[in-house]
Design a protein around this ligand. Structure first.
Ligand code: ATP
Length: 251
């Protein structure tokens, strides 16, 4: 297992955002986390990346307990996320945005300023080559010198994924990547996430676009009011009466 979520509970004051939720993700899976608004999906991402500590429970990544690790340490271990709202460096170029992602895990410590040593220059060049490969993968090579905020919406979303990929994650957390996308952009996103899977990267996906979720995911957990309602393959989830009543029937 790449990720094990064990009995995670998160209370915010009187609100119980997550109650005793457990699930595990296998290497190379595309795993869906779905449920109505306020079900606790983003809170689960915040638990995995330790933006906030869980009230109780623990999380294991590649057999190591990561509960309590600082967020940057979790990134260094190989978990990277995107956010529900686009968070690009809007005035920087497309390539620079991806380079920033690469530097989050680079050991060189170089980003701006003078590259003093041969080793630093070599590392910078390696990151640049990797960043260009990733732009190719997400279909943004021709825009590498464009200013990020001038990209179309779907392209900005793909750039976010590119920046996350630049940190060389083993586990990618995507928070509603298809939100606001048109049908063509969603189709491109489908192919991109499949290509990410072919590279051996495991994905945990929060998404409200059910046709996309059902086509993409190997397995799915459904949350409702912070509790796990069901877990299974897309087919099992689509035929689960409790899930239909709580969520799918209203989509
Ligand atoms: P959506 O699909 O709308 O994004 P979600 O499933 O991601 O919803 P969360 O954002 O995880 O749901 O929210 C779960 C519950 O926890 C909600 O009731 C929310 O108001 C509450 N919550 C989340 N973060 C905080 C916080 N920092 N402080 C207080 N309450 C919070």
């Amino acid at each position: 297992m790449v990720l094990k979520i064990n009995n995670i509970t998160k209370n915010f004051g009187g609100i119980s955002a997550l109650t005793d939720v457990s699930f595990s993700i296998k290497e190379g899976e595309i795993y869906g986390l779905i449920g109505p608004n306020g079900a606790g999906k983003t809170t689960m991402f915040n638990m995995i990346t330790n933006m906030f500590p869980p009230t109780s429970g623990e999380i294991t990544f590649l057999d190591e307990k990561i509960t309590g690790f600082k967020p940057h340490k979790i990134t260094n271990k190989g978990i990277c996320r995107t956010f529900q709202n686009i968070r690009l460096f809007s005035q920087m170029t497309v390539l620079e945005n991806v380079l920033v992602g690469g530097h989050t895990r680079s050991k060189s410590g170089v980003f701006s300023g003078v590259l003093r040593t041969k080793g630093q220059r070599a590392e910078e060049e390696r990151l640049r080559v990797t960043a260009k490969e990733i732009l190719e993968l997400v279909g943004l090579s021709e825009f590498e010198d464009a200013i990020a905020e001038n990209l179309a919406y779907g392209q900005q979303r793909r750039l976010e994924i590119a920046r996350a990929l630049a940190s060389d994650p083993k586990l990618l957390l995507l928070d509603e990547p298809a939100a606001g996308m048109n049908d063509t952009e969603t189709a491109d996103l489908y192919h991109l996430i499949k290509k990410v899977q072919e590279r051996g990267i495991t994905t945990l996906l929060i998404e409200h676009d059910m046709p996309l979720v059902m086509r993409l995911c190997d397995r799915i957990t459904v949350l409702n009011f912070g509790k796990k309602l069901a877990e299974g393959t897309p087919e099992e989830i689509q035929n689960n009466q409790a899930v239909i009543e709580a969520y799918l029937g209203s989509e």
